[in-house]
Structure formats: C-alpha cells, structure tokens
Design a protein around this ligand. Structure first.
Ligand code: AMP
Length: 391
C-alpha cells in the first residue's frame, strides 16, 4: 500500500530487527519526533532499549512479522534477513519500505547476482551449487581459488568457505550443510581495494549521495572504513553512479549500500547489496550533514532527503567483543581527544567477533585520520594487522 502523503512526526515507524542499526535508526527517528516500535528477540537488544515499544518476535517467522502491522504506520528493516514472504503480506495493508521484492533479492546471493547481471552490473563469475558433483564441475570452470557461500543468512564472513584446491570440495560442501542450504560458488576477485557506497532514494526518485568509503576486513568482518576512500575522483564518481543506477532500477525507497571490489584496472565488481543503513556508513553519524540513519527515516517517511555532504574526513574502527574490555578501560583517555568518538551499542554479551560498537577518528585529512586511527588502535593494545595500510 503506497500513501500519497508523507508520514509526519508523531507517526510510528516499525523496524524489523533490534540490533545496532535499528538502535541508531531509532535514535535518529526519535530526534525527529517520530515514535518507534521494534521487533526482535529480547527487550535488552540494542534497539529495544531505546525504542518506544518492543514487540517480541523472530523476524524470520512470518507469524511474528505480521504482528507489527497493528503497531506501526510504516514499516522498514534493519537487516535483509527477515521473512520476505511476511513482508509482502504486510505490504498489502501498510507501506513497507524498501519494497519486499528488493529485500527478497538482497537476502539471496543468487537472486542478487542474477538481478545485477540483468542490469549489466559486473559481478564475480558464479555458479549455483545443488550437489557435490555440481561443485566439482563449477570448480573446473571457475578455477581456484574460489569461495563457496550459502545463498542466504551469511554475514560477517559466516557461511562461506574459501577453496584453494579442488580436493577441498567435499569438505567445503559438508561444512556448509551438504546441500541442505542453497549454495553459490564465486570466483575470487583479485581486487586492489574493497569499497562501498551508500545511496538514498526518496519516494519521488530523488537520489542522495554519500562519499565512497574504503573498507578493510579481518577474518571476514569489517575492521576499518576510511571515508572518503583514497581513490581517484573518477573512480568515486563511477561507484556513486553505479549505486544510484542500481537503486533507481530497483525502484527503491530508502537506503542502498553497495559493496564493491575495485580492480587494478579501475573497473568495479559489485559484491553485495544491503537495502538499509550499513556498517561502512557509520562515519556519516558524526561527519555528514545528514547521517545515514536520519536519511533512511526521511526516505521511509516520504520526506525530502538531507545533504550527504561530509564535513570532515574520518576513519572508523569496529569494536568487536574481544576489544570491548580494552576500550572501556581506555574510555577516559579516549575522551581526552575531542575528535575521537566512541559509540557503544549496549549489547549485554560480548562474544568474539560480535560488533559491540565503533570508534570514529575525525581529522583534517584522511591521511591524518588513518595515522591517528592506527595510533588509537595500537594504544588499545591491538596489532595494526598485516593487511592494514594507510591510504
Ligand atoms: P561477503 O559476505 O560476500 O560480503 O564476503 C565477506 C568478505 O569476503 C568480502 O568483503 C571480501 O573481503 C571477501 N570476499 C567475498 N567474496 C569474494 C570474492 N568473490 N572475491 C574476493 N573476495 C571475496
């Protein structure tokens, strides 16, 4: 159901999911005068702590998802891992933004790659894998190294196995459920850098841009984002144009984060889409005129978009479970630097690899921000890591 009028402050935004993205969306919406209801597992979840109302529920369970209908005026998501079937049902009686069809694409790597290919967007060579023999045949075609991934549910490096030798096929196939879950094999893209870009699209088709960001992953989890990415202006422009084209082709209302590989040739290959705020866009909270969280509220409520202009360069460092104690201990020292911002998500359990918060280091230049971020990380007792590099 698509209304012609914007949702005004005082209306209730329903968010499916109650993690840190939902928390930061909720906080932005509250600043703007909206009510927020979130659905998630526990009242202690990051977004449930700050929302007006928490609805207990499993967002993968259609019979739970549908319950948000009576509590909200407009519904959005903080993760694509939500029942798309229930979203489609919800959309018959209440506006759901982004459209459930887009969520269905983004939650399934095969659909995502197929959709992008149809648009003429370059993606890694891939094959759908239904059996071990199909995997063996695909490895012959695509070669090694290759990455076997579950089509659904994978995040932060989970649900994927790198295959460096064809003899590892059976083990990799078993490790990812032996065909019980859908699988896709991807050729490894020899990228020079990983970049991402968030775009916003309003109900009227207006596009809002953010700067392109360079991302560094460790163990499959985002470690560091450098904003703006130290890439030639023509590459940044191409990445922004590509993201805007994808958002327009999908007829998206909301935000779209596009993860890309930048090749040495300057060509771009799209890895993943996320129709929601993104970890690599957290720098927007402290350094852009309009944060990605305010922007998604504006888009979802049918309002005009704010400026995505970045006022200062910044480097973001993710705080994982294994980093939290050191960050808390150093909190007073970190606070002595007025251009270092520590955000914590209020998660009650710190497990290794779990995203607990992030640090934003703001500076006059991206080089200074990267250098200071390295110092901050070192002062917390962590290694810069072999893959770390300054722009
Ligand atoms: P994903 O879950 O697809 O975002 O993958 C997590 C990380 O694994 C990416 O950010 C890359 O660092 C790496 N990766 C995934 N797919 C590929 C690929 N086809 N080629 C090279 N690296 C990849």
């Amino acid at each position: 159901m698509e209304p012609s009028q914007p949702f005004l402050p005082g209306s209730t935004i329903g968010i499916l999911g109650s993690g840190q993205l939902g928390r930061m969306m909720t906080t932005a919406a509250k600043h703007m005068g909206y009510r927020v209801v979130v659905m998630g597992a526990a009242p202690t979840d990051p977004a449930a702590q700050v929302a007006d109302q928490w609805i207990p529920g499993n967002i993968l369970d259609p019979s739970d998802v549908i319950k948000i209908k009576d509590q909200a005026d407009v519904v959005t998501i903080e993760t694509e891992n939500v029942s798309a079937e229930a979203l489609a049902q919800l959309a018959q009686t209440i506006p759901v933004r982004p459209d459930p069809g887009i969520v269905a694409i983004a939650q399934d790597r095969l659909k995502e790659k197929g959709t992008l290919s149809d648009m003429g967007v370059p993606v890694a060579p891939f094959r759908s894998i239904e059996s071990l023999s199909a995997l063996e045949a695909a490895l012959k075609e695509l070669g090694v190294p290759a990455i076997l991934k579950t089509t659904r549910g994978g995040y932060d490096g989970k649900g994927q196995v790198r295959i460096t030798d064809p003899t590892q096929a059976a083990k990799a196939f078993q490790e990812l459920g032996g065909g019980a879950a859908g699988l896709v094999l991807e050729a490894v893209v020899p990228f020079e850098r990983e970049i991402s870009v968030v775009v916003a699209r309003g109900v009227d088709g207006q596009i809002g841009h953010y700067p392109v960001v360079e991302n560094e992953h460790r163990g499959g989890i985002l470690h560091r984002s450098v904003a703006p990415a130290p890439v030639p202006a023509a590459v940044a422009q191409k990445a922004q144009d590509l993201a805007a084209m994808i958002a327009a082709n999908l007829n998206l209302t909301g935000l779209l984060a596009v993860e890309m590989f930048l090749l040495e040739s300057g060509d771009l290959v799209v890895n993943e889409l996320a129709p929601r705020p993104h970890n690599s866009g957290h720098f927007t909270l402290d350094t852009c005129v309009t944060s990605q969280f305010e922007q998604v509220v504006r888009a979802v409520c049918g309002l005009g978009l704010g400026s995505g202009e970045q006022l200062r360069p910044a480097v973001m460092l993710n705080i994982l479970g294994e980093h939290l104690d050191a960050v808390i201990k150093a909190y007073p020292d970190l606070s002595l630097d007025p251009l270092v911002k520590v955000h914590l998500y209020g998660k009650t359990q710190a497990r290794p690899g779990r995203k607990m918060g992030h640090i934003l280091v703001i500076e006059r230049s991206v080089e200074r921000a990267a250098a200071k971020a390295a110092l901050v990380w070192h002062s917390l007792g962590f290694e810069p890591g072999s893959s770390a590099r300054t722009p």
